[in-house]
Design a protein around this ligand. Structure first.
Ligand SMILES: [Ca+2]
Ligand SMILES: [Ca+2]
Length: 159
């Protein structure tokens, strides 16, 4: 009983209440910034996951085509779609050579470009050697406003 009456009589001054509200306000703003940063990071993670799925589906489409226009060596040079071919009639992987742009209605926020070139594993599996080889590298670059840089997936195929 003594303790309760002491608390009731003590009370809080106007300055204490004001300072309390001020500190709560500062803490609230800090929390808002933290929540916003987490939300932005989460959006980037979702975009990366969706972008990777988008890129993988493109990679599957490209890889479902023949290694080359020619059924056997010597392989095509230069690479690219053959005369008279369009996106609906592409029949070998390098028809998607040189920046073919992909859009899917299921992924409206994403675009992608593909590059296909010959590589020589004895020289480099990353760079084009510019000569006909038994290895082609497929690169899918995926773009979305959520990430600063494009993300890329790649594969190396053989005949
Ligand atoms: Ca072709
Ligand atoms: Ca071709």
């Amino acid at each position: 009983m003594i303790k309760k009456s002491y608390l009731l009589s003590k009370g809080m001054t106007l300055i204490e209440v004001t300072l309390g509200i001020l500190f709560l306000g500062i803490a609230f703003v800090g929390t808002l910034y933290a929540v916003r940063a987490i939300e932005e990071e989460s959006n980037v993670m979702v975009a990366l996951i969706e972008g990777t799925a988008f890129g993988n589906s493109i990679m599957e489409v490209v890889r479902s085509h023949n290694y080359d226009e020619n059924a056997s060596s010597p392989w095509s040079n230069p690479l690219g779609p053959e005369s008279g071919e369009s996106a609906t009639t592409y029949d070998d992987v390098d028809d998607y050579y040189g920046g073919y742009t992909w859009t899917y209605p299921e992924y409206p926020a994403f675009t992608a470009k593909t590059r296909i070139f010959y590589v020589d594993p004895d020289v480099s599996i990353f760079d084009s050697v510019g000569t006909v080889q038994n290895y082609k590298r497929i690169i899918v670059h995926i773009f979305n406003d959520a990430f600063d840089e494009k993300i890329s997936i790649s594969a190396i195929i053989t005949p």
